[in-house]
Design a protein around this ligand. Structure first.
Ligand code: GDP
Ligand code: MG
Length: 713
């Protein structure tokens, strides 16, 4: 027994899914969150499977979400559809309902957001609506949990009652054509399913005619009928169906809904007047993101990171008057007492604990960042950003839809890259896949925090600049790539409805923080632990005077390997082996970069005074080389997991290579310019590096401003 949750984006499907199944799927106050279907078991009745489908406005074949949902409904025919409707937006939501009623699967309509309806004062006559739609209708609030178990029960009952009837009857001549199509090519199908397919064929839906193996001859035959209707209505066939559906919906709403008078603009409208204002929108966005990064990375960092490093991973501290050792010392003393071999002690304390500890030291900052992001997402602000950026992107032939993957990418690049699937245009999708990981993900936060804190002493602009660097890199790359022959083409229309502002629930915010924070901690305990252990081994063993064994770090295998690649980074200002090695381990997972620093710069002192990465690191970099290091590592190829995601989404090895090469090349050029121009600004002498940087900058500007030669698709 399967219940499929179907409805418009942002109607509350996932909230209901979580409430019914006890699952923890991500809920966001913006469309496009659920791209794949999710399954779960009903809490109250484990025999019943609930499927959460991507949100759709219609059953047409234009977007991936629509195709995924539609194929699921047609091919796997769930026992019953629970159609979730945003009660505050009946007209648009019922458009999908009229179509769902045609596919011959029992359906129950759940009017969601009934709490908001009540606040607004609108009344929906449920029993009248049941009569109109010829199916059961229930009112629920997925958020508050009211009526949801009843909705599931009604759905289970309705599944047993059999099929639902189509209720939307079109004008005589359209019905005539539909009957003709059914007779000509669909008569072998069960009666209940014929109407849906007939309408789709009338709309010239080629995905459906291919699916039904309709021959070219048959198509030509029904084409005559369709043309005749189009002439009669002076509209294309899809337009005819759409406007007839809306006419029908209007009469239904007229009979079933009593709106409370509302002359004024709603609060949401007023807020939007400011936030999406043409002039103010971007400065407001910049200020908000600045505050988010400044507070979570810089302010919180000053308090917590030192505490983590000095107390938890350092000397320890007083608790109720008792001195508690920090983890490295406590573990060190314990290993000493157990008389564990010295090299193993060092591996555990100076390798695993120093490396993983350096990463975990940033957990408090991450949680605060996630809290901010979850708040901005669920209150509805992030959806506005996509809308605002769309206005800008559009000028350069890009769509604001690309912003949704980027938004998801602030948590982790992998789901961000996957979310690019919803972009219809293949070229725009590829651009988005290539640029999504420019935005700092949670794994890059420790790098930002370390450099901002340790090397810049917590200057106000460093942490927020990382975010704006990411956004800037995306816009610049988008423009450059779009102007090349590979990606040129028209802008796909991007229609995004702005969800109302909502005060997020604490539960949703905590869930979102925990979901992202926990995966960070889990990663530190597994892949990072493994990687830093390898780093410790490689940095402690090597050849010295012809013998292989434990050596000083300078002679280790790691140092030798680092030196063999470090020259590449000399023009960027950080050609030492430690930085090169850290950058490379960062490709496995970005946190590794900090973990590796923890081992290479922290270990000598760990056992005595706590981790001294900060001071040691500061001695190792200049302000310029540190920023260039940050820039390169934020923009270069992402971690293995994200590279894997790029490969899956591109489904092509050459494209993967192109994407990674582009990211690394772009990162290199920007870091080079930062370092070399910085040097010149400091009055240092002009060298070969400066010449290359100037040439690279000129090339970049040329690619940005040149006329588009291939403006046709
Ligand atoms: P989906 O896109 O259909 O999966 O919708 P979500 O489940 O992600 O919910 C979209 C937004 O609507 C979130 O901000 C929810 O908190 C909010 N929401 C869902 N159900 C209700 C409800 O019954 N009442 C109110 N006020 N908000 C709701
Ligand atoms: Mg959803």
């Amino acid at each position: 027994m399967t219940i499929a949750l179907v409805g418009n984006p942002n109607s509350g499907k996932t909230t209901l899914f979580n409430a019914l199944t006890g699952a923890n799927q991500h809920v966001g106050n913006w469309p496009g969150v659920t791209v794949e279907k999710k399954e779960g078991r009903l809490k109250e009745n484990k025999e019943v499977t609930v499927t959460d489908l991507p949100g759709i406005y219609s059953l047409s074949p234009y977007t991936l979400e629509e195709v995924v949902s539609r194929n699921y409904l047609i091919d796997e025919s769930p026992n019953v559809i629970l159609n979730i409707i945003d009660g505050t937006n009946l007209e648009r939501n019922l458009f999908l309902t009229t179509q769902l009623l045609e596919i011959g699967i029992p359906i129950v309509v759940a009017i969601n957001m009934s709490d908001e309806l009540e606040k607004k004062g609108d009344k929906i006559d449920l029993s009248q609506l049941e009569k109109e739609l010829k199916c059961r209708v229930v009112a629920i609030s997925a958020l508050k949990g009211t009526g949801i178990n009843e909705a599931a029960e009604v759905a289970i009952e309705s599944a047993a009652l059999g099929k639902t009837l189509p209720v939307c009857v079109f004008s005589g001549s359209v019905e005539h054509t539909l009957a003709h199509i059914e007779e000509a090519v669909l008569h072998h199908l069960p009666l209940g399913e014929q109407r849906f397919f007939a309408i789709k064929l009338f709309e010239r839906d080629r995905k459906i005619s291919d699916k039904l193996n309709i021959t070219a001859e048959q198509l030509a035959h029904i084409e005559e009928d369709i043309k005749r209707s189009e002439e009669a209505f002076d509209d294309d066939s899809e337009g005819i169906i759409t406007s007839e559906r809306y006419t029908y919906i209007e009469t239904v709403i007229g009979k079933c809904v009593r709106f409370k008078d509302r002359g004024e603009r709603t609060i949401s409208d007023k807020i939007d007047g400011i936030i999406t204002n043409r002039i103010l929108a971007l400065p407001i966005f910049a200020v908000i993101m600045f505050i988010v990064y400044f507070v979570s990375v810089t302010t919180v960092g000053e308090i917590t990171t030192e505490w983590m490093e000095d107390v938890v991973f350092g000397e320890g501290g007083e608790l109720f008057g008792v001195h508690i050792y920090g983890i490295p010392m406590a573990v060190g003393n314990m290993l000493e007492a157990l008389s564990v071999a010295e090299w193993l002690q060092s591996l555990i304390v100076n390798g695993a604990i120093a490396g993983v500890g350096a990463v975990l030291a940033f957990v408090p900052q991450l949680f605060i960042l996630f809290m901010f992001l979850a708040f901005l997402e669920s209150c509805g602000y992030m959806a506005r950003i996509a809308f605002i950026l769309d206005r800008i992107f559009r000028k350069f032939g890009l769509s604001g839809k690309s912003f949704i993957p980027i938004l998801i990418g602030t948590g982790c690049g992998v789901p961000g890259i996957m979310a690019s699937r919803t972009i219809e245009s293949d070229k725009d999708r590829k651009i988005t896949i290539m640029t999504t990981t420019f935005i700092p993900c949670s794994a890059k936060l420790p790098i930002i925090a370390l450099i901002s804190g340790a090397l810049f002493g917590g200057v106000w602009w460093v942490a927020p600049s990382a975010y704006f660097l990411g956004i800037g890199a995306i816009i610049v790359s988008g423009i450059i790539l779009k102007k090349t022959r590979l990606f040129s083409g028209d802008v796909a229309p991007f229609i995004m409805e702005l969800p109302p502002y909502r005060l997020p629930t604490i539960g949703n915010i905590l869930r979102s923080m925990w979901e992202r924070g926990w995966s960070f901690i889990k990663k530190a305990g597994t892949i990072i632990l493994l990687a830093v252990t390898c780093v410790w081994l490689l940095s402690n063993f090597g050849w010295y005077a012809g013998n292989f064994g434990m050596v000083a770090p300078e002679y280790s295998l790691l140092a030798e390997f680092g030196r063999s690649v470090a020259w590449i980074f000399i023009p960027l200002g950080w050609g030492d082996w430690q930085s090169a090695v850290s950058t490379i381990t960062g490709l496995i997972a970005k946190e590794n970069l900090v973990g590796t620093f923890g081992i290479l710069f922290g270990f000598a002192e760990v056992a005595e005074d706590g981790m001294e990465i900060w001071a040691n690191l500061a001695a190792h970099f200049t302000i310029l080389s540190a920023y260039s290091f940050l820039v390169f590592n934020l923009l270069c190829a992402p971690c293995f997991a994200a590279i894997g995601a790029i490969r899956r989404e591109m489904a092509n090895f050459k494209w993967l290579l192109f994407a990674v090469a582009y990211q690394c090349g772009f990162a290199y050029i920007i870091a080079l310019c930062v370092y070399q121009f910085g040097r010149l600004a400091q009055g240092q002498d002009f060298g070969f590096g400066s010449t290359v940087a100037i040439l690279a900058a000129i090339a970049l500007v040329y690619l940005l401003v040149r006329k588009e030669k291939h403006s046709f698709a």
